[in-house]
Design a binder for this molecule. Structure first.
Ligand code: TYD
Ligand code: MG
Length: 386
């Protein structure tokens, strides 16, 4: 995520919702550095050293090289950094630190700017990497990490749904590496564990042969992740039909419902539609369009989509299926998870097809076990799927 290692003197902001696991992530990381013999300083304004110690023990991160200080006064923090000369510093969180010479409260924009500036300056002059934890707040009562983004070298956001165990670490800005990388973790009793096969995690509880359940491929950073979309379509009992969507932008789903009505002739205006992305992931890519359409159509007709099928492609207003990026990567991910069929844009299918079978229509095989089916319209996709 950091582009191959921690650059000395770099300032790294780790942002995220309260309770998502920022402290856990950094404590584990620092624990590993400490065990490797580096003296690291963990400054906390959120928890007592005792709490941190207990947590470090549970995470198997405690070490005599991991120094934990509970301190919120900037002057004293800077003093301890200069005295201890650690190999890495964590400030958890920047919103709790305050500079005495400013009158505003800790967490205010001016406090965050000033304290972060002083900390970054000190860390740079000592060539020590500095991790700043920043809470994201929705109500804006305390200033969020946005204020700091331009001051630091790297901005990482830790995301996830608190009701689900998986967490994504995304780089939003990185002066020393790619912003395309993501880290996928699972929050367990013993801390965070890296997930080497995220698709398997998201598909673990999928009901097979249930109508409305469709597997799509969404590119997160450079990784294609397979996820399940589910929908329920039921007759509207009273008043306006409801459209309730979780995990995808609702407006996008409305557009796709309109395409189904107009191009396929499904009468959805008398139906309530509930759609959600299983596992709590948020999908933002247009490539999931065709999967949304397939899911709604499947539940409306009460016909399951073959569970060994992955569906992806952008859908236009004319009902056309448009090519998307990194189709080959997605197909490979599907193959590696044992899927047997990919329904994807014809444009992409043509390019992926091995030279031997090229030009022989829309169907072909990329591997022994995976059939790829190119479609150019929603109509064609419906014919293939149902
Ligand atoms: P935390 O790192 O304190 O979040 P943040 O610093 O972003 O506010 O993580 C809080 C949640 O993580 C808490 O609800 C409990 C959970 N958790 C585990 O499930 N397993 C663990 O080993 C740890 C340390 C925390
Ligand atoms: Mg915390």
């Amino acid at each position: 995520m950091l582009g191959g290692g921690i650059v000395s003197g770099s300032a790294i902001l780790v942002g995220g919702d309260p309770g998502i696991g920022k402290s856990t992530l950094l404590l584990e990381t620092m624990g590993k550095l400490a065990k490797a013999g580096e003296k690291v300083l963990y400054i906390t304004g959120e928890e007592s050293p005792k709490q941190i110690k207990m947590r470090a023990e549970r995470l198997d991160a405690s070490s005599e090289n991991l120094l934990v200080y509970a301190e919120i006064n900037l002057e004293r923090i800077l003093e301890s950094i200069r005295k201890i000369k650690p190999k890495a510093i964590v400030i958890d969180s920047i919103q709790t630190v305050y500079a005495q010479n400013l009158e505003s409260a800790p967490g205010s924009v001016s406090q965050i700017r000033e304290t972060a500036y002083q900390l970054i300056l000190t860390a740079k002059s000592m060539e020590v990497p500095l991790f700043l934890v920043g809470h994201v707040t929705k109500d804006g009562s305390i200033a969020g990490p946005k204020v700091l983004e331009h001051m630091v070298d790297t901005v990482l956001y830790f995301e996830g749904d608190k009701g689900h165990p998986f967490r994504l670490l995304r780089a939003v800005k990185n002066r020393y590496g790619s912003v395309m990388e993501i880290g996928v973790f699972e929050m367990k009793d013993m801390g965070l564990e890296e997930v080497s096969n995220p698709s398997a995690l998201f598909l673990a509880e999928r009901p097979e042969n249930a109508s409305g359940s469709v597997v799509v491929s969404s590119l997160e950073g450079t990784r294609p992740i397979l996820v399940e979309i589910q929908s329920l379509v039921c007759p509207t009992v009273f008043g306006m039909p409801r459209r309730t969507v979780v995990g995808i932008e609702a407006a996008r789903v409305s557009v796709l419902v309109a395409v189904l009505e107009k191009k396929i002739g499904m009468n959805l205006s008398s139906q309530d539609i509930f759609l959600k992305v299983a596992g709590g992931l948020k999908l933002e890519e247009p490539a999931v369009d065709l999967g949304v359409i397939a899911s709604i159509a499947s539940n409306y007709q009460d016909k399951p989509v073959n569970p060994k099928t992955v569906v992806f492609g952008e859908v236009g207003l004319a009902g056309e299926v448009r090519g998307i990026n990194q189709a080959e990567l997605r197909v490979k991910e599907a193959a590696s998870l044992g899927f047997e069929r990919c329904v994807l844009p014809k444009d992409n299918a043509k390019k992926i097809r091995s030279p031997r079978s090229a030009g022989s229509g829309v169907r072909g095989r990329i591997t022994q076990n995976l059939e790829i089916i190119g479609v150019s319209s929603v109509k064609e996709a419906m014919d293939v799927l149902f």
